[in-house]
Structures are given as structure tokens and as C-alpha cells.
Design a binder for this molecule. Structure first.
Ligand SMILES: [Cu+2]
Length: 419
């Protein structure tokens, strides 16, 4: 536990961090090379680390009971895996998730390409809110009536634990900007002012074709990689803006420094594709998942931070969280076989639906035109149906849940089994 000034000079007490002091570190791994992190739990409660978006062995996935035991106070756990894919990923606990993430436990993991494009700066942004009162101290993390809707929003909006931080970057340079929405609730709509930004990757995966950033929705759990050609003159500012609510605000500012590097964005070579297996759509099995509201009362049993309400369900089942005695998997998959999951949102809210341990190709939507791309988190709009396909090549149990954590914790969570 630590303290840090998130709003003004008043340090916020009882922040959780993956660092002894200050924000969680940006971890860096190399594609195809072993990566090792030791979790030393100095918190007064049990925790784990889930590596969001990584295709890794099940025992490293960080879901208590389902993939590993709790890591209790003063215990350690070694996470060792070799990331097959490069890109922008992130990490967070998967127990008592609403509290532990809200108190600070969210950080970025960057897996560097073996042979990536040449940028003059590489900046990562951890985008998240904090629920703080005017005295800078934590207030109630959620309101139940909001959990039953879009979720409870934070009061202080930060990038890398600062309100609108400024970064100096080379004039006329090409910068890579990576943003991860690690917030428990907020869906961003991002744009830039002062220079054009090109989307080069979504959720860690290179997009099939670069396109301009223009109100791109990035929900909890999702990531975006941008290439920006900075202005030539020194002292010019480029702003990353969020326009998801009626009042837009600046997320972060980039200011040019030095004489122009005179880079040309057309010289940027594309990111190499990740080696995700291609599903056999002809022979894939089709499985629908319906996301609905429900109105059952739920006991607050304390396991993994259940919050005592049941507002949501997947295929009419409401699962409040992992426990030593989990329910049956929502689907049994055969190892090596191809599947199409049809995500059907029967609610008036948007849900970022995340699957652990596997990446899927977003094939189509009944509401918008989609150029198929690979992701691990599908942002499913109200009344939208999205079909996603993948090869079930990673054995054991994997969570499938909404990444608006109040939705996850009040029923919109489940798991699938691959064997
Ligand atoms: Cu949701």
C-alpha cells in the first residue's frame, strides 16, 4: 500500500500499487522470449495477477481457484511464460477485482516485436479514473443502481496517475502512443488535436489497414496503438482528447522539442502480424452467448469480492465470481477445433466482452461494417450481435466476462473449458 497525490497536493491514502512507490511499472517483455515476474504480496489481503490479452499457459492466467491458488499476504508467486504475440497488453488482479483495481492495481505490459517499425518515441498511457472525494480520499467504489446500468464512474481522470500529463517528444518525429483503458467502467472515445493520429494496432494486434483516429471507442480492457507525426516547430502541442461524454477533456499532451527530425509517416513499415492460428470457418461450431439483464437477489458471500447483487447474466446464468466450488463451464470445447462465438447483447448498455487465454477474430456485426481483426475484448453495442472465431488451441478453463467490473461482479461472467 502506498500514498500518492492524484488530485492537487493532498496525498491519497491506501492506494494499492504494483510498485513500492508510485504507479505500477510498465513491464516489457520480448516476443518469443521467456518472461518472469515474481509477485510478492505485501497487501493485507490475497491477490493474483492476470495478464490481459496474453495467450499463455493456463497456470499463469492468474484467476484464483480456476487456474491457481490465492497468493496470500507475504506469499510469492512466480509468473513465467513466453509471450507468442507482440503488442500492448496489461495486467491486473482477478480477485476482489473491483476493490483492488479501483485502489490502483492496473499496469501495462508491452511485448516488443522482434523486428518492429522505427519510432522516435514510444509512450504508454495507463488510462483510468479514481473515485475520490474533494479531500482526495477514496469514496464508495460503486453505487448499486449504477452497477445495474453503465457502471459507476470515477471522479478523477488520469493518464499514468496524473491529470493531463505533458510529454516532450521530438519535433517532426514519429511517435508511437500506446493507450490501455484499465479503468473499471469508462469507455473512451479518442481523438487528437494538433496532429493527425493513425491507428496501427487495436488490443495489441496490428490492424489489417491503418486508419485515422476519429472518436475511436476503447472500452475497459482494450488498447490502442497510434502513430503520430509531430509538427515541425518546437513548442507545438498535440492533445489526446476523450469525447465520450458531452464534456470532452484532454487525456494527455505531447509537446515538441528540438529541431525537426523531418520524418514521413509514409515511411512507417507495418507492424508484423502475430502468429495467431486461423480458424476453419467452414467446419467451426457455432455457439451463441446471450448477454442479458436479470433481477435475482444474490447473497454476499465474500468470495473474491462479490458485491451482493445480481444484475446480469450470460445465457441466463448469473455468475458472481470464482469460488472454490465453481459452476459448470458454459461451453465445453474440443482442443484444436474451430469455434464461432456469437455474442448477443440484449441490454441497452455496451459491454466489453473479454475471453482469457485465446485471441479471436472479430468477423462481423449486425450493426456496423467490420474489417475482420484479431482481438481479445469485443466491445458489443446495445442490441448488437458480433460473431468471433478462434481455434481452441489452449487447454483448460478460461474466463469469459464483461470487463466493466461491476457487470462482471454482478453476474456477467462465466468460463469455458477446452479439453
Ligand atoms: Cu458489461
Amino acid at each position: 500500500m502506498t500514498e500518492f497525490s492524484l488530485r492537487g497536493d493532498q496525498p491519497t491514502q491506501n492506494i494499492f500499487s504494483n510498485n513500492a512507490i508510485g504507479p505500477a511499472p510498465v513491464l516489457r517483455a520480448k516476443q518469443g522470449e521467456p518472461f518472469h515476474v515474481r509477485l510478492e504480496n505485501k497487501l493485507p489481503e490475497a491477490t493474483t495477477i492476470h495478464w490481459h490479452g496474453l495467450r499463455l499457459p493456463n497456470a499463469m492466467d492468474g484467476v484464483p481457484f480456476l487456474t491457481q491458488p490465492y497468493v496470500y499476504e507475504n506469499e510469492t508467486f512466480d509468473y513465467i511464460f513466453t509471450p507468442p504475440d507482440a503488442g500492448t497488453f496489461w495486467y491486473h488482479p482477478h480477485c476482489n477485482t473491483l476493490e483492488q483495481m479501483s485502489y490502483g492495481l492496473t499496469g501495462l505490459l508491452i511485448v516488443d516485436e522482434k523486428d518492429g517499425p522505427d519510432f522516435d518515441a514510444d509512450i504508454s498511457l495507463n488510462l483510468r479514473d479514481w473515485r475520490l472525494g474533494s479531500d482526495g480520499q477514496f469514496i464508495n467504489l460503486y453505487k448499486a443502481r449504477k452497477s445495474a446500468r453503465a457502471g459507476t464512474f470515477g471522479t478523477v481522470k488520469t493518464a499514468n496517475w496524473s491529470e493531463n500529463p505533458t510529454y516532450e517528444v521530438p519535433s517532426g518525429g514519429l511517435i508511437r502512443l500506446r493507450a490501455a483503458v484499465t479503468d473499471v467502467t469508462r469507455i473512451f472515445k479518442l481523438l487528437t488535436k494538433g496532429a493527425k493520429a493513425t491507428i496501427i494496432a487495436l488490443d495489441g494486434y496490428p490492424v489489417p489497414k491503418h486508419f485515422d483516429l476519429d472518436h475511436q471507442a476503447v472500452g475497459p480492457g482494450q488498447r490502442i496503438d497510434l502513430a503520430i507525426r509531430m509538427p515541425d516547430e518546437e513548442g507545438k502541442e498535440v492533445q489526446l482528447i476523450n469525447a465520450s461524454s458531452s464534456k470532452s477533456w484532454t487525456v494527455a499532451t505531447f509537446k515538441t522539442k528540438g529541431t525537426s527530425l523531418k520524418r514521413d509517416i509514409r515511411d512507417l513499415k507495418p507492424l508484423p502480424n502475430n502468429p495467431v492460428p486461423i480458424p476453419d470457418l467452414e467446419n467451426a461450431e457455432y455457439i451463441p452467448f446471450e448477454f442479458t439483464a436479470t433481477a435475482e437477489s444474490a447473497p454476499k458471500n465474500g468470495f473474491c469480492g462479490t458485491i451482493g447483487f445480481s444484475f446480469w447474466a450470460i445465457n441466463r446464468k448469473s455468475w458472481l465470481g470464482v469460488s472454490p466450488d465453481p459452476m459448470e463451464p458454459l461451453a465445453d470445447l474440443k482442443l484444436g477445433k474451430s469455434y464461432i462465438f456469437s455474442f448477443r447483447n440484449r441490454t441497452p448498455h455496451t459491454h466489453p466482452i473479454h475471453l482469457h487465454g485465446l485471441s479471436f477474430t472479430l468477423l462481423n456485426s449486425n450493426k456496423r461494417k467490420i474489417d475482420p481483426f484479431i482481438t481479445d475484448t469485443a466491445l458489443v453495442l446495445p442490441d448488437e450481435r458480433m460473431d468471433v472465431a478462434f481455434v481452441a488451441d489452449n487447454p483448460r478453463d478460461w474466463l469469459l466476462h464483461c470487463h466493466i467490473i461491476e457487470h462482471q461482479k454482478t453476474g456477467m461472467s462465466s468460463f469455458i473449458r477446452i479439453s
